[in-house]
Each structure stands twice: as structure tokens, then as C-alpha cells.
Write a protein that binds this ligand. Structure first.
Ligand code: COA
Length: 383
């Protein structure tokens, strides 16, 4: 296997982008990443695109062909990768495997979702859960995560305020990110007084409905310096699966797919949680920001709430979490998220993250979840 490097990254603004179509978003992200990598479109050997549900959101399937065509990249091989909200993380992993195996040299892994063109995105999002046993019984994503939150509060005494702090910290970081969908600071009180969505989760516990795209360019590590003075190396790329439905889990407060993907990632990289300087976690709801730091091994199970309350996950804390603003503040265009997380970690490791820079960051991690944890992808990157 060859070592792999990231030589270019990009992200479009995330938000409710009325004036940009699905194909515009992904093409813009791709062109920006190509520029960032100092290459030409013609240098690309293959493309992987993470996308959860263009069919339901914009009535378009066969999107890999659409994108290669619109971006002028034909005849390169291109493939869509789908694993619900982890589609981007898996597109990254597929690109890495293609380069590592020697199948392709210069690969673009991208992600895109245009969610705001439908009147109600909730049924489309719910297809990431178990249709027969969850969605068709009326359970939406906020309510699935609400059950996990309730159980964590019951088992470990996690407080409503501690959950709110996950959103507060994300927004504090996101306010420093010009590409974020909701770049405003909020307080615990604003979260606690926002509209109830699924008890105990309120509006400001939820990631928003978003449009956006992101891309990264990969190449063999030994060739990376041909293109850039600041290559970022892939130390681990792992993926694990878990039960799609919540009722099949032994424990509602642990996402096994995260635990397993993280364990393999630390092993592949030869690193421990204490070696990670910054992490982008999948905080689709505030409870998941909390579960993630437990399941990734940064704190003991049950201690996430208190760690967050004590500032461990702040930009200058022991383990800075979501310097980008995370899914909550940066936004969550489903298929784009896993790639945007990698772009943020690359900016952090290059020292290019501006006001949200984690000082001296050398090793970073991304954590991308599909559904309530049917899939998890973890990457460790280093400069
Ligand atoms: N955070 C902050 N503000 C938000 C927001 C969020 N998550 N979602 C919406 N808003 C704001 C809107 O900008 C709007 O503000 P305005 O009145 O000043 O214009 C207001 O809140 C109402 O927006 P609206 O679009 O009507 O909200 P909604 O009630 O239709 O949707 C949620 C809110 C929480 C239900 C929706 O964002 C949601 O479903 N989020 C979860 C998405 C999801 O499940 N993703 C997959 C995770 S696995």
C-alpha cells in the first residue's frame, strides 16, 4: 500500500443557497480544490462523490456522471458513494483506497447535498433510519437522537445545560468561520428557550437543513511535494458499521460504529487520543457532540457532559472540538459534511484557519456518522 497525502481542499459557503444549483455547488467546490492543489482538471484520474439523496432532494440520480460531464472531466471514472450522512467520509475513504492501492494517482473526493429545494426535508432525511421499524412509525431523526439524549441524562446525570453547551461552543467557533451557515454566537439560555423539536432537543440542539459542497484532492505521499509545500498526510482511514435501528442496540448511549472505527484508526496511525490536537465530530444533534467525545476515547463514558461544561472541548481546551463550528453552526449538507470536516482539519494543520486556528495543531481527526450510527468513518491526518 502507498501512503496518501491531501494536496488541495475546498468548501463552498453552507446555507440556504437559492441561487446555486446542485451542479453549480459541486463544480465550484471541485474547481476551488483543483486551484488549491495547483493542478489542472486534466490531472485528475478519478472522482468519488459523497451524496445521500439527490434523488429525493433534487430528483436527480446518476450524479457522478452528471458532475463529471458538467465539470468537463469526462472520461475519468467517477462514482457516487452513499452512506447517509457519512457519504462524504466514505467518499474520502474510497479516494484514499484508490490512491493507496495504486489504482489511481490523483483523485478528487467530494461531497454535495442540496436539501433546501424540497418543502419538507424530514421524510428524505428519515430514509437514513430503518424505514419499517422507525420512520414508518413516525420517528424522525431529531426524535431518535432525543431518545439517546434522554437515556444519557438518565444513566449519567447529564444535564440539559451541558447539552446546550455543545451548541454554544460550536457557535462560538462557527462565528469565526466565514463559510458557516449560522455564524452567530448563542448562549445556554438561547438554546434552552428555543423552540422544542423533540423533547429534550430544541431548535438550537439541531444541525440545520443545508446546501453545500466540499472537495479534497489526494495523491501518493511521495509525489505530494511536486504540487504543494504543505502536504497533509493520511495516517488512518477507517470505517465501521453498527445496527441501523436503535432498538437493536445493547446501549443507547454508545455508538458502537464510532467506537470500532476509532479503535481501528488509532491502531492504524499508531496514535492515542491524547495525540490528537483537534477533532471535527459529527454533532448532528448536541447529544451526538457529547457521545462522540466519549466514543472516540477523549473522555470516559458518562463524563462527556462534565468535560464539556469544564471547557475541555473549547478552542483552547485539552481537545478542541469542531473548530469549524461543526454541523450545528457550519451547517450539515449531508453528503458534503465528511469532506468539509477533512477540509477544516487540513486548514488547521496548515495553520490557515484564521481566527479559529488551534495553536500548533499537528494531528487532527474527523468523525462522520451515517444515520444514528449505522455507519461511522474516522480519519486521522497529520502535517
Ligand atoms: N439552528 C439555528 N437556526 C435554525 C436552525 C438550526 N438548526 N434551523 C432553522 N433555523 C432558523 C431559520 O433560519 C429560521 O430563522 P428565521 O425565522 O430568522 O428566518 C428559523 O430558525 C425557522 O426555520 P425553519 O426552516 O422554519 O425551521 P424548521 O422548523 O423547518 O426546521 C429543524 C428546524 C430543527 C426541524 C430542522 O433544521 C431539522 O430538521 N434539522 C435536523 C436535520 C437533520 O436531521 N439532519 C440529519 C442529522 S442525522
Amino acid at each position: 500500500m502507498r501512503d496518501v497525502a491531501i494536496i488541495g481542499v475546498s468548501q463552498t459557503k453552507f446555507g440556504e443557497l437559492w441561487d446555486e444549483s446542485f451542479r453549480d455547488l459541486i463544480t465550484t467546490a471541485g474547481m476551488k480544490a483543483i486551484e488549491d492543489a495547483n493542478i489542472e482538471g486534466a490531472d485528475l484520474d478519478a472522482m468519488y462523490v459523497g451524496n445521500m439523496s439527490a434523488g429525493l432532494f433534487v430528483q436527480q440520480e446518476h450524479i457522478a456522471s452528471l458532475i463529471a460531464d458538467h465539470a468537463g472531466l469526462t472520461p475519468i471514472p467517477c462514482a457516487r458513494v452513499e452512506a447517509a450522512c457519512a457519504s462524504g467520509g466514505l467518499a474520502l475513504r474510497n479516494g484514499i483506497m484508490a490512491v493507496a492501492s495504486g489504482f489511481h494517482d490523483v483523485v478528487i473526493s467530494a461531497g454535495v447535498e442540496k436539501m433546501t429545494d424540497v418543502v419538507d426535508p424530514t421524510p428524505a432525511i428519515a430514509t437514513a433510519s430503518d424505514q419499517e421499524w422507525e420512520a414508518q412509525q413516525g420517528i424522525t431523526f431529531p426524535s431518535l437522537y432525543a431518545m439517546m439524549a434522554r437515556r444519557h441524562m438518565h444513566e449519567y446525570g447529564t444535564t440539559r445545560e451541558q447539552l446546550a453547551m455543545v451548541s454554544v461552543i460550536n457557535h462560538k467557533n462557527g462565528a469565526k468561520n466565514p463559510l458557516a451557515q449560522f455564524p452567530m454566537e448563542i448562549t445556554v439560555d438561547t438554546v434552552l428557550n428555543s423552540t422544542m423539536v423533540a423533547d429534550p432537543l430544541r431548535l438550537l440542539d439541531c444541525s440545520p437543513v443545508s446546501d453545500g459542497a466540499s472537495a479534497v484532492i489526494l495523491c501518493p505521499a511521495e509525489e505530494a511535494r511536486k504540487y504543494t509545500d504543505a502536504p497533509i498526510y493520511v495516517k488512518a482511514s477507517t470505517q465501521a458499521s453498527g445496527t441501523i435501528a436503535l432498538h437493536d442496540r445493547k446501549d443507547l448511549t454508545t455508538i458502537d460504529a464510532t467506537v470500532n472505527a476509532a479503535r481501528s484508526a488509532y491502531k492504524m496511525a499508531g496514535l492515542k487520543p491524547k495525540d490528537i490536537d483537534a477533532v471535527e465530530v459529527h454533532d448532528c444533534f448536541s447529544i451526538n457532540g457529547l457521545l462522540a467525545i466519549e466514543d472516540l476515547g477523549f473522555v470516559q463514558k458518562g463524563k462527556g457532559g462534565i468535560a464539556i461544561e469544564e471547557g475541555m472541548t473549547e478552542l483552547d481546551g485539552k481537545i478542541p472540538v469542531n473548530p469549524s463550528g461543526g454541523l450545528k453552526s457550519r451547517g450539515h449538507p449531508l453528503g458534503a459534511t465528511g469532506i468539509a470536516q477533512a477540509a477544516e482539519i487540513v486548514w488547521q494543520l496548515r495553520g490557515e484557519a484564521g481566527k479559529r486556528q488551534v495553536e500548533g495543531a499537528q494531528t487532527g481527526m474527523t468523525h462522520n456518522i451515517g444515520g444514528t450510527g449505522g455507519t461511522a468513518a474516522v480519519h486521522i491526518l497529520s502535517n
